[in-house]
Ligand binder design. Structure first.
Ligand code: AMP
Ligand code: MG
Length: 354
């Protein structure tokens, strides 16, 4: 079983950090908190150590990892070109939930990038992550610390549940503040392209760069981003996502929940505060993520809510969408994948315009 160190999120004990850094330097695996979700870290320049990440997660070797750095100045040592846009984004948003994809230097092992000529790099905004990277003295390769295609971990307990018997150490600094993964932005294309919506909203990027494309689902060809696999971030329980304007969504949720419950299903609902009253008399279990317009809270609680419902032995989860503004886009992306494409759109026109 992994050792677990409880560590202060704001002011990490540097003796514990030094021990964790020694594990990284020795080629071991350390799960650590970032501001987005818990990461499973290894020395990003040591191919054997990185291989252990793939084994522990059962992650296909075709899915590239993000390299985490503790200083923007480390970026040019990993990438061949640092365009002005990358410098500007790093200046504005690092440390923070933004990952930049750029052409890689040979020092970056092929296993990190799944053989791609590009590498994904970010500087996380969490004192424990930054202290660990600094003490290790190497970029840390770290995907989310969950088994492949499962729900990402926002607490150390989630890591323990998924990977406790496969890794060396878990740094437990409490729940992660943002709760969804970083935004992955590809800067190697003519138009900057979001490959995975995440903790930094598209609007924030567009304010700096102008128009930004979003390409999260490939209809054909190779998959440059594992988050692009249709089924990902998924609970074990079958799930349906209802998308549309809030009043119609609420009505559709109620009708669906009542219908499936009447058919003998054990139904769990993943909803907003505003939906609760409308579902109160139904024989279903309800998890509330937060108020409709408080997307920070909704994102922070998303994975916890999915895990909570998944643990209850239900036969069906019905979740609602939270729109495409700000963090809503990342929440929608994760819910779409968790539902594996089982989506009910209740008013496409209203959705398109609203
Ligand atoms: P995870 O670390 O599990 O949150 O997933 C890493 C994310 O970064 C995935 O969506 C990857 O596809 C993406 N990523 C990492 N490296 C690259 C790359 N070179 N090109 C495109 N996407 C990448
Ligand atoms: Mg992941």
């Amino acid at each position: 079983m992994a050792r677990v160190f409880s560590i202060d999120a704001r002011n990490p004990d540097l003796r514990l950090i030094a021990e964790a850094a020694a594990v990284i330097q020795a080629g071991g695996l350390v799960a650590f908190p970032t501001e987005t979700v818990y990461g499973l870290g290894a020395d990003g320049l040591n191919p054997a150590a990185v291989a252990r990440i793939f084994e522990a997660k059962e992650r296909p070797l075709t899915d590239p990892l993000i390299l985490h750095i503790a200083d923007p100045e480390a970026l040019p040592s990993l990438v061949r070109e640092t365009p002005p846009s990358a410098l500007e984004l790093a200046r504005r948003f690092w440390p923070g939930p933004l990952t930049l994809v750029l052409p890689k230097r040979p020092v970056v092992p092929d296993i990190v990038t799944a053989g791609l000529p590009t590498v994904a790099v970010r500087m996380p905004a969490h004192p424990v992550a930054l202290a660990l990277i600094r003490a290790a003295g190497t970029p840390i390769a770290a995907p989310s610390a969950n088994r492949f295609a499962r729900t990402s971990p926002t607490t150390a307990q989630h890591v323990q549940d998924d990977l406790g018997d496969r890794i060396d150490l878990i740094l437990d600094a409490g729940p992660t503040p943002i709760g969804v993964e970083s935004t992955v932005l590809d800067l190697t294309r003519p138009v900057p392209t979001i490959l995975r919506p995440g903790g930094l909203p598209r609007e924030a990027l567009e304010a700096v760069l102008g128009p930004v494309a979003v390409q999260t689902r490939m209809d054909e060809g190779p998959q440059p981003s594992p988050g692009m696999l249709p089924k990902h971030y998924a609970p074990r329980t079958p799930m349906i996502l209802v998308v549309g304007p809030p009043p119609q969504t609420r009505a559709a949720l109620r009708e669906l929940a009542a219908r499936y419950a009447a058919q003998g299903h054990q139904v769990g609902l993943l909803v907003a505060e505003e939906d609760r009253a409308a579902m109160a008399d139904l024989p279903v279990e309800t998890v509330v993520l937060g108020p409709e317009d408080d997307l920070e809270t909704v994102a922070r609680r998303l994975y916890e809510g999915l895990r909570e419902l998944d643990a209850r032995g239900l036969s069906l989860i019905i979740a609602r969408d939270f729109g495409a503004q700000g963090l809503g886009l990342a929440v929608r992306d994760r819910l779409l994948r968790a539902a594996g494409g089982s989506v009910i759109a209740v008013n496409r026109d209203a959705e398109k315009h609203g």
